[in-house]
Design a protein around this ligand. Structure first.
Ligand code: GDP
Ligand code: MG
Length: 176
């Protein structure tokens, strides 16, 4: 682990989004470069550290996984305040998970800090045949909701997973 390691910045990043969109799979891919078909659903919250390098700086990310289910919502809410960045994840094959993004934004508005950085992440691009959310619609939505960028990923095929976290880290570094 990263204990005792020095770093230039410590940033807290949270991931939220409906249950089953692939939040845990995305984090597991980023953390361990691995993928399983079966993840047990996350209970409450969970976190790990990962240090990355960006622009000559050592950035230690503390990454918080959350449960998407309604019954864990108040637990998730209590973590928003300390987050520097929040990834809002939806499944590009499940339109409902995209239509629920405004509900996540409501909670973020209520409980997160004013300068929180928001990144919208579409998951499961390996299932492009089943796509029900168009990237152009996602971009338009982001532009109207103070979300700084959008990226589509696949934890399964390892597509854009590192890029999502580097995008977030780069933006956080830029504003801090
Ligand atoms: P969470 O509830 O948002 O944490 O979702 P999980 O990470 O537990 O993922 C739920 C299920 O979605 C997993 O068991 C996988 O079967 C599937 N899944 C997650 N990521 C991907 C992906 O990138 N591609 C595909 N095809 N399935 C995925
Ligand atoms: Mg999970």
């Amino acid at each position: 682990d990263d204990l005792g390691e020095d770093y230039d910045m410590l940033l807290k990043v949270m991931i939220v989004g409906d249950a089953g969109v692939g939040k845990t799979a995305l984090l597991h891919r980023f953390k361990s470069n691995a993928y399983n078909e079966k993840y047990s659903s996350t209970v409450g919250v969970d976190f790990f550290f990962k240090t990355i390098h960006s622009g000559g700086k050592k950035i230690k990310l503390q990454i918080w996984d959350t449960a998407g289910q309604e019954r864990f919502r108040t637990i998730t809410q209590s973590y928003f305040r300390s987050a520097n960045g929040i990834i809002i994840a939806f499944d590009i094959t499940r339109k409902e998970s995209f239509l629920n993004v405004p509900l996540w934004l409501e909670d973020i508005k209520k409980y997160a800090g004013k300068n929180v950085v928001l990144l919208l992440v579409g998951t499961k691009t390996d299932l492009d045949d089943l796509r029900s959310v168009e990237l152009s619609d996602v971009r338009a939505f982001a532009a109207h909701h103070n979300i700084f960028d959008v990226i589509e990923t696949s934890a399964k095929t390892d597509c854009n997973v590192e890029d999502a976290f580097y995008k977030m880290a780069f933006e956080l570094k830029r504003i801090h």
